[in-house]
Write a protein of this length. Sequence first.
Length: 259
Amino acid sequence: MIRALYTAATGMKAQQLYLDNVSNNLANINTTGFKRSQVNFQDLLYDKKFIAGSESAQGFEIPSGIQLGGGVRPISTSKVFSQGNQQNTNRSLDIAVEGNGFFQISRPDGTIAYTRDGAFELNSKGEIVTAEGLPLTPSITIQDAKEISIGTDGTVFIKGSDGSIQNVGQIMLANFPNPAGLESMGRNMYAETIASGSPIVSAPGEQGTGEIHQYALENSNVETVTELVNLITAQRAYEINSRAIKASDEMLSTINNLS
């Protein structure tokens, strides 16, 4: 019964983490470019009473042994980079990536962060920046523009007040060998890690990156129904493990009361 107590406790801890993850997914259901996370579990070490294939006292081979597991543990949380639905906004600096790839953002410390959030603005210098004022990399400056046009390959054209058309730069995307290995930094940004591999920077539509679409934003890829089902599953699993602890406690109580 003592084994059951500790085994069920690992299950309750695992389901608590699972519930925390589901809650974060649901909390970000309206976050632009958000990618849902999933928790991966792993069973613990087994106590092997009898090993399958060993010889019994009568000299026969035991076809199956006795192995008692020690419970479960969370092994990782991974981002699911499936495509989110696109929402038309009619804003010229709203850009969505259809396919793989991340926008590159220059941070104050000089490092590069990566994001799927394409809600950009212009600062006082005419630079394309995020809602927090961090500039897009490579930097693109737009001044005296009546219209802004961004092609699917990232090329940015402006129409000046005199009616002339000018190419002011190209938005580049970064792709990674293992996007699930990126570090989530919050604020809709990710950081490169050893697990993610080095970024492969290219024009949209090249080297495995997707195309970009102007006047649109990518919604979160969280599916409400799926997360609600996961929520119920976590709650029921937590409840069942708590019942296992209660049953073990009652059995121990019965043994203690034997006269």
